[in-house]
Design a protein around this ligand. Structure first.
Ligand code: PMP
Length: 364
């Protein structure tokens, strides 16, 4: 077995090799301090630099203006499902949610604990195989919603928004971008709030990136326990308590890698090329089939099945033996899912398609 194989895991997923190599060094000795990254105080000079660089590189990458806060918090994207309504779904208000997948559904459920939710659209009845079109979305009237929440990429079902929802003007747009953040350019100025768990495109689990517009932040509740208050995290610059220093370091290194790759435009072209190789192959044979409407296909998570579903266990087993890991689909879709996050190499997709062709030849 080679010491690295092709990792199609949906998350935690593949990380950039230069980041892992640098981390091996910096675990031992960061910036020639004689102390490793995990051993530095979160209030010392070395970590000040790690945090400041992570924030600046994030701003540079996505062109994020000064009126947005960049924060790092813990608790996974799942805690954001609750923190968001806790902070922003004020008494008497309604929040709009687009229910386009399992994570979106969980976000809805959490919001319902705290206030009124309007499911502006849902593809749940068709097992989330598509993104409801703009003319099927019923936003709260009068631009009166507290915010509108959507999930830009549906990790489990393999669908993705190709553009931001066109919501009534003045309503703050909120996005769970956990599984496609920085896979392509993003116009942050369209959003009031973006959150993303890091373990797909940005680094390890246990760290969440928040990008929050200041005027929206100012409307957050003040009376919350500090760890659940966005205002507190912003005031204390992501250091209200001891943050996940190693996680922030790894996300920062990933930002540097993305910059050296050529930025988000170059990354988006790279991801489009990868996805096209796999989707073109799926469309070229009747042995396999994609599970979602082609117009809504995700560039990150490609969900597919064998026409003969009885072959799927063998497919996954043989793929693993051939050095392609993490392909078993989520139980709610079945079949296979190939997740190809930013750090996944294009050569891995080419080799995987060759494997698929061979599999088809032997099992047709
Ligand atoms: N949102 C999306 C789009 C996800 O894919 C996931 C999980 N991978 C989550 C939220 C939940 O993330 P976490 O497990 O970090 O809470």
């Amino acid at each position: 077995m080679p010491d690295r194989i092709f990792n199609f895991s949906a998350g935690p997923g593949v990380m950039p090799e230069p980041v892992l190599k640098q981390a091996q060094h910096d675990l031992w000795n960061l910036f020639d301090t004689g102390i490793g990254i995990c051993e530095h105080s979160h209030r010392g000079k070395a970590f000040d630099r790690v945090l400041a660089e992570a924030e600046q590189d994030c701003r540079d990458l996505a062109g994020i203006p000064k009126n947005y806060h960049i924060l790092f918090v813990q608790g996974g994207a799942s805690l954001q499902f609750a923190m968001l309504p806790m902070n922003f779904l004020h008494e008497g208000k309604t929040a709009d949610y687009l229910n386009t997948g399992e994570w979106a559904r969980r976000a809805v459920k959490e919001a319902q604990r705290f206030g009124k939710v309007n499911e502006a659209a849902s593809s749940e009845a068709k097992n989330y195989t598509y993104i409801p079109a703009e003319n099927e979305r019923k936003y709260t009237r009068g631009g009166d919603a507290a915010y509108c929440h959507f999930t830009s990429n549906n990790t489990i079902f393999g669908t993705q928004f190709t553009e931001e929802p066109r919501i009534p003007s003045g309503v703050p747009l909120v996005c769970d971008a956990s599984s496609d953040i920085f896979s392509k350019p993003i116009d942050v100025t369209k959003y009031a709030f973006i959150y993303a768990g890091a373990q797909k495109n940005l680094g390890p689990s246990g760290i969440v990136l928040l990008i929050v517009r200041d005027d929206f932040l100012q409307t957050a509740r003040e009376d919350l326990t500090p760890m659940l208050s966005y205002k507190v995290h912003a005031k204390d610059g992501s250091r209200h308590n001891t943050p996940n220093t190693f996680g922030i370091y790894l996300v920062g290194q990933t930002f540097k890698w993305l910059k050296s790759f050529g930025g988000l435009r170059a990354m988006s072209e790279h991801n489009a090329r990868k996805a096209k190789i796999l989707y073109d192959h799926l469309d070229s044979t009747d042995f396999f089939r994609g599970t979602v409407e082609p117009k809504d296909r995700s560039q990150m998570n490609v969900t597919f099945r064998c026409r003969n579903e009885a072959l799927e266990d063998t497919f996954v087993k043989e793929a693993t033996a051939a050095g392609f890991d993490g392909l078993k689909g989520h139980r709610s879709v079945g079949g296979m899912r190939a997740s190809m996050y930013n750090a996944f190499p294009i050569d891995g997709v080419r080799q995987f398609v060759e494997f698929m062709k061979n599999f088809e030849r032997t099992h047709r």
